[in-house]
Design a binder for this molecule. Structure first.
Ligand code: NAP
Length: 496
């Protein structure tokens, strides 16, 4: 190893809950010299970027938060987005992370120097930062996707992507069109429908929507959670167990527990039957793929919107966009003066990884994943990428709440760095063998999931990559993820 002076011990890219989780773990391990680089102008990741009306969590807040940092004061069972942003700020303050963050830094490239054993991280503008360890926490849903509709540049009205919301935007008197019916659209559409003169929802693929059992958390309960943290912990265990049952039986063990999956679909259909009056609209809103192929959503207000006089559902394929509206393939034009793009994110082409990463022997991570198969050992490390932790990786997402994923990864980091300390080393790299075995296991387990054993052909789900493989979710229970992350064989790594 060269005796070159490095700028930092570690660089973490991303100041969302993932990056902050890694930073908290580093601090626990005594690694104090780290820098967190963030593309946006503040921390919070997805909860900073997204602030469209109706934004809320879709995993109950007792579960959607760090287990070691409960917040007794969530105002609702499913907290609004602004509270998540506030919670992120609280975490940064409590763990003294703000002073280590730099905002508005767009990382474009990172390269491993095998002789010097360090990473060089290059930001837009040419600045270079060196560090022994590199962590990418750039999110799964962080590269907004805007379809290239012919003529979109000629649209004379306002175009708003949901990740670039104009706070206070007034839909009053406007003819709005929303493209997309994913989780974001499901939250946003009822808000727009309330204000707009007219609203047309362009749906390409219907989404499964189940009822959302949500209510304000009364003050006395908040005070109880604050005074007796065990009470909130118990609520977390109950809620997490329910989610786990849904995920494990409905999605991962579809083959063995098909009735569980069908029951969820029946619930969603009954929910729609109760809320949508028109038979054809119900038909159009009913997915033709199995429940769980795509992330299902929760809402009590979405379906009802389609009974409103001022709301229309459009299922025709968009052909092009004119100055004054959207034209479908059959020549129908829907007049619009505000176009909302709820068109989601690009994961597989531009987000895995979010910037160019070059490892040992010149291996380009994105190219390697795309030319071969998407893979990462335990969803966090990759062969030929020494001293690199990639938090948003193939097979890293475990369960439904992102906090399970990050807390599992924190355990992994703790075990790995603990071993390095025991050995008195500073370099790690996962072995090709361990990585291959993990990939084999994940591939084998996925065979029972709804993704392969069910009917997902028409779902257009972002769980599938461009090779048609469902490589996003880790195919085991969150309990076994947490166990494995804390007990993986230490010899799965080479240390030097
Ligand atoms: P999404 O699920 O990817 O949905 C994008 C929508 O845009 C889909 O309906 C898609 O149709 C449509 N679309 C894309 N390109 C199109 C085109 N060329 N023509 C017509 N339609 C097109 O994105 P999202 O709704 O932003 O949600 C992404 C994820 O974020 C969710 O699954 C969830 O995990 C998370 N999320 C969470 C919350 C929460 O916790 N509260 C809220 C919002 C989002 P196709 O289906 O046909 O591709």
């Amino acid at each position: 190893m060269s005796d070159r002076q490095l700028d930092h011990e570690a660089v973490i890219v991303g100041a969302g809950f993932g990056g902050m989780g890694a930073a908290i773990e580093f601090t626990r391990l005594g690694i104090e010299d780290f820098l967190i680089l963030e593309r946006e102008d503040d921390l919070g990741g997805t909860w900073h970027v997204n602030h469209y009306p109706g934004l809320a969590v879709d995993i109950a807040s007792v579960t959607y938060s760090y287990s070691f940092e409960p917040n007794p004061y969530w105002s609702r069972l499913f907290a609004p987005g602004a509270e998540l942003k506030q919670y992120a700020g609280h975490i940064a303050d409590k763990y003294d992370l703000r002073r280590r963050m730099e905002f508005g830094v767009i990382v474009e490239r990172a390269e491993w120097d095998d002789d010097g054993e360090f990473w060089t991280v290059r930001a837009r503008g040419g600045r270079e930062i060196t560090a022994r360890y590199l962590v990418t926490a750039t999110g799964f849903l962080s590269q907004p996707y805007t379809p290239n509709f012919p003529g979109i540049d000629t649209f004379a009205g306002d175009i708003i992507h949901t990740t670039d919301w104009r706070d206070g935007y007034d839909f009053g008197g406007r003819r709005a069109a929303v493209i997309g019916t994913g989780a974001t659209a499901v939250q946003l559409i009822p808000e727009i429908a309330r204000r707009a003169r007219s609203l047309t929802v362009f749906q390409r693929t219907a989404i499964w929507v189940v009822p959302k059992v949500d209510f304000p958390i009364p003050r006395p309960v908040q005070r109880l959670f604050a005074a007796v943290p065990l009470a909130q912990k118990a609520a977390r265990v109950v809620n997490t167990s329910m989610l786990e049952a849904l995920m494990v039986t409905g999605v991962l063990h579809y083959k063995q527990a098909k009735p569980g999956n069908q029951l969820a679909a029946l619930l969603a259909k009954a929910h729609m039957r109760l809320q949508v009056r028109d038979k054809q609209t119900r038909k159009d809103l009913t997915p033709d793929y199995d429940f769980g192929c795509k992330r299902p959503t929760f809402s009590n207000t979405y379906f009802r919107v389609f009974n409103q006089q001022n709301v229309a559902l459009e299922t025709g394929t968009i052909d092009h966009i004119d100055a004054d509206g959207i034209v479908t393939e059959d020549g129908t034009k829907v007049l619009a003066d505000t176009l909302v793009l709820a068109t989601g994110f690009n994961l597989w082409d531009v987000n895995f990884p979010a910037f160019q990463i070059i490892g040992r022997d010149g291996r380009d991570l994105g190219k390697w994943w795309r030319d071969g198969r998407f893979q990462a050992y335990e969803g966090i490390t990759v062969p030929k990428f020494p001293n690199f932790l990639t938090l948003n990786s193939p097979y890293s997402y475990s369960g439904l709440s992102y906090f399970t994923t990050i807390e599992g990864q924190m355990k992994h980091i703790g075990r790995l760095f603990g071993e390095m300390r025991r050995r008195g080393t500073q370099r790690f790299e996962v072995t090709e063998k361990a990585n291959a075995e993990f990939l084999d296991r994940a591939t084998k387990n996925l065979a029972s999931s709804v993704f392969y054993a069910g009917n997902c052909a028409t779902s257009r789900s972002y769980y599938f990559n461009q090779h048609g493989e469902a490589t996003l979710l880790r195919p085991n229970s969150t309990l076994s993820t947490l166990r494995e992350q804390g007990s993986f064989p230490l010899e799965d790594y080479e240390y030097a």
